[in-house]
Design a protein around this ligand. Structure first.
Ligand code: NDP
Length: 254
């Protein structure tokens, strides 16, 4: 008799590049089917083709703005129609704005908080309702060291990320009884588009970024994605509600 093999499924927001794409590769390597989203259809298509070709998994993608609840509802509905399950949610999509508070418009402030915090709330609630029904799930929120240790010019980003840490603790508290574990990973500076953009504009230098760590270095994609992989593979119900700083010592130097 042919045994039907159900693969685990991970949904990764902002899975098209950077930390999210690296997490997608790590989970695909473990045999996970994937659902990824971001705004750029072109990048998603490239990422999805790469994942399918190299890891022989299924990868569903949809281009959307994750800060809009309706988009999140539509996407999750499609993911569940296709895969019937989501075992792991990695809330990862994010943007950063490097601008002083007094110069920032309310519109900019709102946008940064909508993407970095509200998309996490929408995905957690909508995917979480499904996880409650299936009586298990793992939610990993990519937060930031700035959730606790702000830098000048990153006010809405820091507010959003500290909200993400609070979201993590609250979900862990409320949903532990449903066998759902939830943790944040709080990276220091990692070499991705997020910081390269500011370096290119001359707003910050690599030297300055390195100096914020005790290792005088910038973190790699592996530094973060290996931690995600650990929580997905080995995370237990006892390991929930935490914010894990992966920051080269930025947080202890402050
Ligand atoms: P990238 O800019 O490389 O990746 C960000 C991802 O989020 C992209 O896939 C992007 O795709 C997606 N995204 C951005 N806005 C939206 C939106 N409105 N709707 C849907 N998707 C969106 O940066 P990183 O990989 O560095 O960032 C990943 C996470 O890590 C973020 O939450 C960031 O805050 C966090 N982080 C990063 C650090 C770093 O130094 N790099 C340090 C600490 C935390 P698209 O633009 O096409 O929408």
């Amino acid at each position: 008799m042919k045994i039907k093999y159900r693969r685990n499924v991970a949904l990764i927001t902002g899975g098209s590049r950077g930390i999210g794409f690296e997490c997608a590769k790590k989970l695909a390597n473990e045999g996970y089917n994937l659902a990824i989203c971001s705004r750029s259809n072109k990048e998603l298509k490239q990422a999805s083709n790469f994942l399918k070709k190299n890891f022989k998994i299924e990868c569903f993608y949809m281009s959307l703005d994750a800060s809009k609840k309706k988009n999140v509802e539509d996407f999750v509905k499609k993911v569940l129609n296709k895969f019937r399950t989501v075992d792991v949610l990695v809330n990862n999509c994010g943007v950063q704005l490097n601008k002083k508070f007094e110069k920032m418009s309310f519109q900019e402030l709102h946008k940064v908080i909508q993407i970095n915090l509200f998309s996490y709330i929408y995905f957690s609630k909508i995917v979480g309702n499904h996880m409650i029904k299936q009586k298990k799930g793992k939610i990993i929120n990519i937060s930031s060291v700035l959730s606790k240790f702000p830098l000048i010019g990153r006010l809405p980003y820091s507010i959003a990320k500290s909200g993400v840490d609070a979201l993590t603790r609250s979900i862990a508290l409320e949903w532990s009884k449903h066998n759902i574990i939830c943790n944040s990973i709080n990276p220091g500076h990692i070499s991705t588009n997020l910081i390269k953009k500011d370096v290119k504009k001359g707003l910050i230098s690599i030297k300055e970024l390195k100096k914020r760590s005790i290792t005088n270095s910038i973190g790699s994609l592996d530094d973060v994605s290996n931690f995600v992989l650990y929580l997905v593979k080995h995370g237990t119900n006892f390991q929930t509600g935490q914010s894990y700083f992966v920051d080269g010592g930025f947080s202890i130097k402050k």
